[in-house]
Design a protein around this ligand. Structure first.
Ligand code: AMP
Length: 438
């Protein structure tokens, strides 16, 4: 079965941090790189931003550094820009949450005073742009002789920005014997030159070029306040779009898949099949076969169940939830198109999923076209339980962005919302009672 973070031999403190971040499984580059780096090897990783490459080197390196030790840095991560240094800083803050490791970020554009103070207080790991690293080294603020691990992140960009002389300078100041990792989105000759000069018998790993959604897939997104509204919108679309002939609907959980399947079945919008882990192997195989051979119109699946299954050439993919494993978004929508001239990917997000939409748009480097809900009657009120779950999720996201944030579920606001709910008399209550609703 699929690789888990546990099977990558990460220690509990990292597994806990990963769990809190909500990463369901290691990404491809993480699966490939973590064991090699833990084994002390030099690694060339060809992976773009968005593939999870930062955690792919941070986790094994931090685990190797173990805990705060001595005064001098033992690991150096070089990045081309201040922005990338700040992004790496955020990743360390999240992943090192349950360790006592100390790290410093060095970049220009601000005075060096604070950075110097931090270095003098003792540090395990430095994340730096090459220029500021050399500047502070020259001032004698730290010694480099204990640096036994080094990462060149976004190496192609560093070369494009003309950092070759600085990189060579830095190499001369560090111990010869050290573990070296090189990450790069592309691998032109000039990056090859760095690898040849600095790395020793590196293992090369390459993750499939970041799937940018095919141009033939049209992507649209709807802002929907809750699951019940999402379900209504799906019903509406299925009823009114004759071209929706072969549709996969992805849900985050099997409960949602079950409820949605019942609703669509009741309204005869199928025929449909369900795919999730509670179904036996035979039922699953039959469901896939029936969908592939056009016996049924709809396949409702949890994303976990659909992973690795070869179903392509569908007319529409509907994301009932926004995948939190962002690469899944690209995989999911990649199933449309092909036989159909254009495939259509329809996603729905509630307020707590906006955060993930933003991340996905960053990953695919595109803005997904947002459409208004076609009929206001489709919009239903949010139940207290669902709103509470949404608020809790938003708090979790805020804490990820800012560890100082103290959320407590929007308690005050939540009380107000409750009273609003009473007064408004949610239209959901007027709706015909259903066997099971969201
Ligand atoms: P990177 O390629 O390192 O810039 O990472 C891109 C985004 O993916 C970051 O926002 C990470 O927090 C996120 N990420 C990293 N690893 C995982 C994972 N295993 N599952 C889900 N998200 C991840």
């Amino acid at each position: 079965m699929s690789t888990t973070f546990e099977s990558l031999k990460l220690t509990r403190q990292y597994l806990n941090a990963i769990e809190e971040l909500g990463y369901a499984a290691p990404t491809e580059v993480q699966q490939k790189a973590i064991p090699l780096i833990l084994g002390g090897q030099d690694v060339i990783g060809i992976a773009q931003t968005g593939t999870g490459k930062t955690a792919a080197y941070l986790l094994p390196l931090m685990q190797t550094l173990k805990y705060a030790q001595g005064e001098d840095p033992r690991c150096l991560i070089l990045a081309p820009t201040k922005e990338l240094v700040i992004q790496i800083d955020k990743n360390i803050r999240e992943l090192a949450k349950y360790t006592d490791l100390r790290w410093v970020c060095l970049y220009g554009g601000i005075g060096p005073k604070t950075q110097i103070e931090q270095l003098e207080a003792g540090v395990d790991l430095i994340v730096a742009t090459p220029g500021r690293f050399l500047e502070l080294y020259a001032k004698g603020v730290f010694v480099a002789k204990k640096i036994k691990h080094m990462v060149l992140d976004e190496c192609d960009r560093m070369m494009d920005m003309g950092f070759w002389p600085q990189l060579r300078d830095i190499q001369e100041k560090l111990p010869q014997k050290k573990q070296q990792l090189l990450f790069s989105a592309t691998f032109p000759d000039k990056v090859q030159r760095i690898a040849d000069n600095f790395l020793l018998w590196p293992s090369r790993i390459e993750v499939t070029p970041q799937a940018t959604p095919a141009a033939t897939v049209a992507q649209v997104i709807y802002h929907t306040p809750n699951k019940q509204t999402k379900a209504n919108l799906i019903k509406h679309l299925l009823r009114h779009s004759e071209d929706m002939t072969k549709v996969i609907i992805f849900t985050a959980t099997k409960e949602d898949a079950n409820i949605l399947a019942n609703m669509l079945d009741e309204e005869r919008l199928g025929p449909l099949r369900l795919l999730h882990s509670n179904k036996g192997q035979n039922a699953r195989i039959n469901a896939i076969e029936d969908f592939k051979t056009n016996v049924v119109r709809l396949l409702i699946s949890t994303d976990v169940s659909a992973r690795g299954i070869d179903i392509n050439e569908v007319s529409h993919v509907i994301n009932f939830n926004i995948p939190t494993h962002y690469e899944d978004y690209v995989h999911r929508i990649g199933r449309t198109g092909r036989a159909f001239k254009t495939g259509i990917a329809i996603s729905m997000y509630d307020v707590s999923e906006k955060y993930h939409v933003r991340h996905i748009e960053k990953l695919i480097r595109q803005t997904i076209e947002e459409k208004p809900i076609p009929d206001p009657k489709l919009v239903l009120g949010t139940t207290v339980a669902e709103r509470q779950a949404q608020n809790k999720e938003i708090d979790r996201q805020k804490r990820l962005e800012n560890p100082e944030f103290k959320g407590a579920f929007h308690e005050k606001k939540f009380k107000k919302d409750l009273s609003k709910d009473k007064k408004k008399k949610s239209p959901a209550k007027k709706a015909k009672p259903k066997k099971r609703t969201f």
